[in-house]
Design a protein around this ligand. Structure first.
Ligand code: CO
Length: 151
């Protein structure tokens, strides 16, 4: 495993629609392991492949040490409720952190690293993280969705 460089807002790769994964091989496993190591080192709670310059539909989320969610070609198939909360991103300067509206619960379908179909149900902060990472695959950053500040 090795850590990779996290690209920053302004890099065009972050604004592309990422490609679907069709082959579930060792290269994908290395990508996932490297993403995990990169995320931990950067003290993040999630990472999408485009953030390390790989325009593929691959995300990981880990909002606590016991949780390691990996989804390939993720798709939100069900969502309910609403939450507004503070968000940031390893690709965006922390000075831009702000409140974003997200569903309270989501169901995400996709594939695991071996190519098996999976369904991930999440709520609260994990649901927020999943939505944030899936947005990355469509070239969307949280700063596009900031709630107006009421001050
Ligand atoms: Co992000």
């Amino acid at each position: 495993m090795s850590t990779r460089e996290i690209i920053k807002e302004g890099n065009i790769i972050l604004r592309l629609k990422a490609d679907e994964v069709k082959v579930f091989d060792n290269e994908l496993h290395t990508l996932l392991d490297d993403m995990y190591e990169t995320m931990i080192k950067a003290q993040g709670v999630g990472l999408a492949a485009p953030q390390i310059g790989i325009s593929k539909r691959v995300i990981i989320v880990s909002t606590n040490p016991e949780e390691r969610i990996e989804v390939i070609n993720p798709e939100i198939v069900k969502f309910s409720g609403m939450q507004v909360g503070l968000e940031g991103c390893l690709s965006v300067d922390p000075s831009k952190n702000g409140n974003v509206k997200r569903p309270l619960k989501v169901t995400v379908k996709g594939y695991d690293r071996e190519g098996n179909k999976i369904l991930v149900k999440a709520k609260d902060f994990t649901a927020r993280a999943l939505c944030h990472e899936i947005d990355h695959l469509n070239g969307v950053l949280f700063i596009d969705k900031l709630e107006p500040n009421i001050e």
